[in-house]
Write a protein that binds this ligand. Structure first.
Ligand code: FMN
Length: 227
């Protein structure tokens, strides 16, 4: 579609935006190549600072996806994290929100907070893409600044909404950026800096509803209106 659509039914926007949910259980059957091509083409319509389009994307499926999962689990079990962007613990309000979301997610996955073995299993399941048949790894060029990493986030949400519209579930995963050396050992050397990944595929029946409705902060906490 080339013409500008200036008005969309608000209810459709709400269904699309709230219809996306971080999903953590997938059917193994792959998304057809034509559909994958369509959602990634749509994602590239995302805006960016000065149209720099700094996203660099590896879509990994089939045997490569299997090798990548094994390399990530091996790295987690035997090595140190090798993130391209430093991992810093959250503090303050971000830490509180992160803790609350983690508790809800673990509860939905049936993982008790004090069950360290179950938490570890859930962590490793994430490194195996929660069973999703595909994963997109999102990177920026080596010289990227903060603006470009922000553009990558805008791209990611555009991609996930395009997927939602096609009935494809997704889970954005920062953890897929923890072992960048393992990723390069499978996908080949690159000077790009890996930020995070998005696992995707068709959800297991009930997987969408099984995920928690992670609450958002009241608008007044995050947004000020000036006139
Ligand atoms: C950039 C990014 C990284 C994330 N990393 C992870 C992750 O490593 N593992 C995971 O299970 N969920 C991860 N999430 C999912 C968030 O926990 C989730 O989006 C949040 O709790 C809100 O839930 P919702 O997406 O279902 O609305 C990540 C989300 C984003 C946007």
């Amino acid at each position: 579609m080339t013409s500008l659509q200036t008005s969309l039914e608000p209810v459709m926007a709400e269904r699309l935006i709230r219809g996306r949910r971080a999903v953590r259980a997938y059917r193994p059957d792959p998304v057809p190549d034509t559909v994958i091509a369509e959602v990634f083409a749509l994602a590239a319509a995302a805006p960016s600072h000065s149209n720099t389009q700094p996203w660099s994307v590896d879509v990994v499926s089939a045997g490569a996806r299997q090798r990548l999962g094994e390399a990530l689990v091996h790295a987690a079990e035997s090595g140190k994290p090798s993130p391209d962007f430093p991992l810093r613990p959250y503090t303050g309000t971000a830490a509180e929100r992160s803790f609350a979301a983690g508790a809800l997610t673990h509860e939905a996955l049936g993982v008790a907070r004090d069950d360290r073995a179950a938490r570890r299993r859930a962590f490793l399941a994430g490194l195996r893409f929660y069973g999703a048949p595909h994963v997109a790894l999102l990177s920026v060029p080596a010289d990227a600044d903060e603006r470009m990493t922000a553009d990558l986030g805008i791209y990611a949400q555009t991609l996930m909404l395009a997927m939602t519209a096609h009935g494809i579930a997704s889970c954005p995963q920062g953890v897929l950026g923890f072992y960048a050396d393992a990723v390069r050992s499978v996908l080949g050397p690159s000077t790009d800096k890996l930020l995070f990944g998005i696992s995707f595929g068709y959800p297991e029946p009930g997987a969408m509803a099984a995920m928690p409705d992670v609450p958002r902060a009241p608008l007044a906490e995050t947004t000020r209106f000036h006139a």
